[in-house]
Design a protein around this ligand. Structure first.
Ligand code: SF4
Length: 520
């Protein structure tokens, strides 16, 4: 992925049973899980734990920065202090990238709400995006006299959660979340803990985002991605199904279907780009999906390949499996003509323009591509600006003779309202060419697109090729940004708004239409 597209977020949870040799070590387990979920969000991180022996039954530590920064990896004494303050047997954790709300500490998760009654004192975090959050906010402000401080979907969720807990007697937490799931439209994988030590993990009924669990010895580990569990040595990894809830109540673990899952729509982008390449999403390997995408792409190749002239260069890192498989299928070498600088973007010397950013992010290996016809394999083109600069870089600095772009994902023609930060039509590259996602793209259109990117040719993956690669039936995947078939009512409504906004030249995230401050 060459464009800067981000996702919100990574979620983890831990429960250590009484008598375990790991007593009090929930923060240690959560820290390691979050380190493995860092790829899902680098803006902030946080942990909440429960400990009945502490005056503060719930304790939260959260801040802006990478997991190692928030939990002071470079200062062992400080880290020990934080872990001591968080010692407990049950907890939740989060890494965040903002698709809604400003980038400040107040928006870091988990979000804790204190209360004198233990079942009303809770903390929670989530992965996704509430597409109808503007509609949920309206009655709070207009009818119930709420003051909305941060104006993001997490705050709105907190108010709805609090309202479900308003009754005088302690409610069944599964009923609370069942009621909430009916009110929310969008993607919402939630981890929740209260000051009674009850832990709830919910996957939304559409199942946009992954959520899995397993045991390390006697410790229950829950994570957005399976790689985090695999790195503990967990071999029996299970996947929370759409609409299912995992509950730990008084030490007992139960998994139940909380709300019926009438329509399932797993985000195809998890396999294409977002998930860690070592993860499995609902049992389907991300790595294998990416290699199959490369093989499918090779079937679409139209150039008369001459092995001496051509070299395949995958855009590191996420396009590497597709690039390697594409090259292998065509009998071509796959070479690291672009080297990724892992620390770019976190340095004050980074330039301001896109061109500077590309040149700070990647190093071109001239000795590999000079005089060659480069088949540049990327996993997607979202905005196109970075792709254009990479092509320029390969030609100007790398002295490539030609650059042909091969994209392992079909064209992104519509916004996402479910947690991937591309919510307007005007920011996207493909809609400018009026592509009909139901038909093959005409050669003349592909040529115009290639020209716009400064490339010599362009080939995109097809939608059936993508579904075959993931090996899930198309009707169980979300491909709304590729075919405009939004799996929820609010998604369809927001797409109408996005089309109107594009015509009127309005900017700003579509699902934050009535927000008047900050970045959302
Ligand atoms: S619209 Fe696209 S990016 Fe968003 S959830 Fe659906 S497939 Fe994923």
């Amino acid at each position: 992925m060459t464009d800067n597209v981000h996702e919100n977020c990574g979620v983890a949870a831990v429960h250590i049973p009484d008598g375990s040799k790991f007593q009090g070590m929930a923060p240690n387990f959560l820290y390691k899980l979050l380190m493995n979920l860092q790829g899902r969000g680098q803006l902030s991180a946080g942990i909440t734990t429960y400990n009945p022996l502490r005056p503060r039954l719930l304790e939260t530590h959260r801040d802006l920065g990478l997991v190692t920064e928030v939990f002071k990896e470079s200062n062992p004494d400080e880290q020990l202090k934080i872990f001591k303050s968080l010692a407990g047997n049950t907890g939740i954790g989060h890494t965040r990238y903002a698709t809604c709300g400003a980038d400040d500490r107040d928006n870091a998760q988990p979000l804790e709400r204190t209360h004198g009654r233990r079942w009303k004192w809770f903390s929670f975090c989530f992965n996704g995006n509430i597409a109808n959050y503007s509609d949920l906010k309206k009655p709070l402000v207009e009818k119930a006299d709420y003051h909305i401080m941060f104006d993001n979907d997490t705050e709105i969720m907190m108010h709805y959660l609090s309202r479900e807990l308003q009754a005088k007697s302690r409610p069944d937490m599964k009923e609370v979340f069942s009621s909430l799931a009916k009110k929310f439209d969008g993607a919402f994988n939630i981890a929740f803990i209260n000051a009674r030590g009850t832990l709830i993990v919910l996957r939304d009924p559409i199942g946009f985002r992954p959520m899995c669990y397993g045991h390390y010895e006697d410790v229950l580990l829950v994570s957005s991605e399976s790689n985090a569990l695999a790195n503990f040595g967990v071999t029996d990894i299970k996947y929370l199904q759409p609409g299912e809830v995992l509950q730990v109540l008084e030490g007992k673990i139960a998994i139940k279907q909380l709300v019926p899952s009438k329509k399932q729509a797993r985000c195809m982008f998890e396999w294409v780009y977002f998930s860690n390449v070592a993860s499995h999403f609902d049992g389907k390997s991300v790595y294998l999906a990416r290699t199959k995408l490369g093989e499918e792409l090779a079937k679409l190749e139209t150039l008369p390949i001459n092995t001496n002239e051509y070299v395949v260069v995958p855009v590191p890192d996420s396009a590497k499996p597709a690039g390697d498989a594409y090259a292998y299928a065509l009998g071509l070498p796959s070479r690291e003509g672009l080297i990724r600088n892992r620390f770019a973007g976190r340095t004050f010397i980074e330039g301001r323009s896109r061109e500077d950013k590309v040149r700070n992010k990647f190093t071109v290996q001239k000795n590999i591509i000079e005089g060659k016809k480069v088949l540049l394999v990327d996993d997607s083109i979202v905005r196109g600006t970075t792709t254009r600069n990479i092509v320029k870089y390969l030609k100007e600095v790398g002295k490539a003779k030609e650059v042909h772009i091969r994209v392992s994902c079909p064209p992104i023609v519509a916004p996402c309202f479910y947690g991937i930060d591309m919510s307007t039509i005007t920011e996207l590259f493909a809609p400018r060419f009026k592509i009909d996602p139901k038909k093959p793209i005409e050669k003349t259109v592909l040529d115009r697109m290639a020209k716009e990117l400064g490339a010599d040719s362009l080939i995109y993956q097809t939608i059936p090729g993508l579904a075959r690669s993931i090996s899930f039936p198309q009707e169980k995947l979300c491909m709304a940004c590729l075919n405009t078939d939004y799996p929820t009512k609010q998604g369809n409504l927001l797409y109408g708004t996005a089309l109107k906004n594009a015509m009127n030249g309005q900017k700003g995230r579509t699902y934050e239409k009535d927000k008047d401050k900050g970045s959302c």
